[in-house]
Every structure is written in structure tokens, then in C-alpha cells.
Design a protein around this ligand. Structure first.
Ligand SMILES: Cc1cc2nc3c(=O)[nH]c(=O)nc-3n(C[C@H](O)[C@H](O)[C@H](O)COP(=O)(O)OP(=O)(O)OC[C@H]3O[C@@H](n4cnc5c(N)ncnc54)[C@H](O)[C@@H]3O)c2cc1C
Length: 294
């Protein structure tokens, strides 16, 4: 194995990890370094080292909202997969969740416990961390409305608990951009579990009807502008049939890009830009990308 700037730390760090294995689109290059720390002490060591040596650091959650370029990422990518980062605990009417937990597990745990307020997130892929950072949401609301406290690791390795007016969530946006989100505490409403389960099942059916099915190689292209949907604008602009290389618009749900076999990162980026350009040209609307280009 080649030397890495992390060799003297008691933390397993690998080199040249293909990020295509960790993203929904399955395209893009490698991370120079990659680590799944076993606990927060190990994470703090890596984070501090990056801070001291100015090594770029990114966290990857479920990889459902990331486009990795063909050149990859020149720093370290961290995934919070260890049990310490994935725990979910119910303390009625609040629930705490680690950032690495799957969002679907958090939603199910809340519903089973008879705690309402997260059902609307039922079809959103990814982790709790990804959902918090991007303030993921559905028709009925977003996760930010329920967050009371967030645990965040700063670049110095210190952990900070943030609540109240130190937390800001807006549509598909949060101010959690200065550290690694470790977990959160959410406040929910007591409701009968059976009733809640029925509501979640309904939400699930709606969500599934609005999302591509049968392929995982997809990503949401744009945020919905105020008062309308990105999907309707893509359709109105006649951009549904655009294709760049092996990237196409998902025909039945025009706000998603599909990466077909052989697709490259540049194909996806090119398609997103082509669709955005067509909507601008035909409708005079500037769409904001939802997918994050690394
Ligand atoms: C089929 C499909 C349907 C979707 N439907 C919806 C929807 O209904 N509503 C919606 O809002 N979104 C939707 N999305 C977009 C996406 O699922 C959400 O943005 C999701 O919350 C991303 O979570 P993730 O764990 O996959 O994050 P990733 O894609 O892994 O990461 C996204 C960003 O969050 C950062 N991040 C992740 N974890 C942490 C952490 N612990 N600390 C700091 N930064 C972190 C990453 O660095 C990156 O910047 C959909 C996507 C797909 C593919």
C-alpha cells in the first residue's frame, strides 16, 4: 500500500477508492483517500489531520445527490457507516438519529413508535446526514421543521451541539456547511401508530409514483422553483428528449437524469446543463441544480 498522510494514525484509510461504487449515478473517478471511521474519536483524528495539513475533506452519505467528476476528488472522502453513527433512539416525543443512519430507517422507527412528522420523507433516498445538510423534503414539509438540535464535528475535531437560532433551514438548504454532521434530535407529534402507518403507506405510494423505478442510476436534476415544479418546466421547454452521450432525461419523471451503461460524468453534467439551457432559452427561467457537482 502507498504512503498516506494518515499512516501514523490508528485509523484505516485506503487510497484511490472508486466513488462510482458509492453514488447512485455510478459514474466518476476516485477519491485520493477514503475512510469509514469506527467511532467519533477516530473521525476526530482524521478531521484534525485534514485541518492541520489542509487536506480537502468531504462526507458521503447515500450518494444520491452527488455527481463526481471523472477526475475524482483530490482529498479524503469519509462515510459514517460505523454503528456509533447509525443509531436511532426514541425518547418520546423526540427521536435522536446518527447522521449515517438511512433516512428510511428513521422514518420507519418514528412511525412504529407512533411519532408523526417525518412520513413525508418516506421516499427520499440517502442518509439522515445528507437529508439534514440539504434539508430534504416532500410535499408535506421538510426535515428541518422537526430538527431541534444537531451535533456537528468542527474542523478542529471538537463536537458542537447546535440548536435554536444557530440552525437555519430553507427550501433544500441548511447552514450546516461548516463541519461534519454527526447526528440530530428531532421533535415529533404523538399519534396512533396504526393511523400513522396508513398515512405513511399513502405517502409512499404517491412518492413512488413520482420517482423513477427500476433503476438506481438516477439523480434529481433541479430544485423546484417557487410556485412550480422543475419537472413541469423541463416538459414545457421540450427538454424531455435531450440526450448527451449515455445520459438521458427519465421520460416519465422529467426532473431526473438517467445514467445508462457506459455513461460518463461529463455526459451527466452536459445533460443537466443542456436541459437548464433549454429551459432558460424557451421559458426565461434559471433552474438551480439539485444535484451537487463535486
Ligand atoms: C430517486 C431520487 C428521489 C429523490 N427524492 C427527493 C425528494 O423527494 N426530496 C428531496 O429533498 N430530495 C430528493 N432526492 C435527492 C436526495 O435523495 C436528497 O438530497 C438526500 O437527502 C441526499 O442524501 P444522501 O445521504 O444521499 O447525501 P449525499 O448525496 O451522499 O450527499 C449530499 C451532500 O450532503 C453532504 N453530506 C452527507 N452527509 C453528511 C454529513 N454527515 N455531514 C456533512 N455533510 C454531509 C455531502 O457531502 C454532500 O454535499 C432524490 C434523489 C433521488 C435519486
Amino acid at each position: 500500500m502507498s504512503d498516506t498522510p494518515f499512516d501514523d494514525l490508528a485509523v484505516a484509510v485506503s487510497s484511490e477508492e472508486p466513488l462510482s461504487h458509492h453514488t447512485w449515478l455510478g459514474v466518476g473517478g476516485t477519491a485520493a483517500y477514503y475512510c469509514e471511521p469506527v467511532d467519533s474519536a477516530a473521525l476526530a483524528q482524521v478531521v484534525r489531520r485534514c485541518h492541520e495539513r489542509r487536506i480537502p475533506l468531504r462526507v458521503i452519505g447515500g450518494g444520491s445527490n452527488i455527481l463526481v467528476p471523472a477526475t475524482g476528488f483530490p482529498g479524503i472522502v469519509i462515510r459514517l457507516s460505523a454503528p456509533e453513527f447509525c443509531a436511532i433512539e426514541v425518547h418520546r416525543p423526540t427521536i435522536t438519529a446518527g447522521a449515517g443512519a438511512k433516512l428510511v430507517h428513521l422514518v420507519s422507527a418514528a412511525v412504529q413508535a407512533g411519532l408523526a412528522g417525518l412520513e413525508t420523507l418516506v421516499g427520499v433516498p440517502g442518509t439522515v446526514g445528507g437529508a439534514l445538510v440539504g434539508n430534504a423534503g416532500g410535499h408535506g414539509g421538510d426535515i428541518g421543521e422537526r430538527v431541534r438540535e444537531v451535533r456537528i464535528m468542527l474542523p478542529t475535531g471538537e463536537i458542537e451541539e447546535r440548536g435554536g437560532d444557530r440552525l437555519a433551514f430553507r427550501s433544500r438548504w441548511s447552514n450546516l456547511d461548516d463541519g461534519i454532521v454527526i447526528g440530530c434530535r428531532l421533535e415529533l407529534d404523538e399519534e396512533h401508530a396504526a393511523q400513522l402507518t396508513k398515512r405513511m403507506q399513502k405517502e409512499w405510494i404517491v412518492e413512488r409514483s413520482e420517482q423513477p423505478s427500476g433503476t438506481r442510476s438516477v439523480a434529481m436534476m433541479f430544485k423546484d422553483p417557487h410556485g412550480t415544479t422543475a419537472e413541469s418546466l423541463v416538459v414545457q421547454a421540450g427538454a424531455r428528449d435531450l440526450r448527451v452521450g449515455e445520459a438521458t432525461v427519465y421520460p416519465a419523471h422529467a426532473n431526473y437524469v438517467v445514467a445508462h451503461p457506459g455513461c460518463s460524468s461529463d455526459d451527466v453534467r452536459g445533460l443537466v446543463e443542456a436541459v437548464r439551457g433549454r429551459v432558460r432559452e424557451k421559458l426565461g427561467v434559471e433552474l438551480t441544480p439539485q444535484i451537487e457537482m463535486w
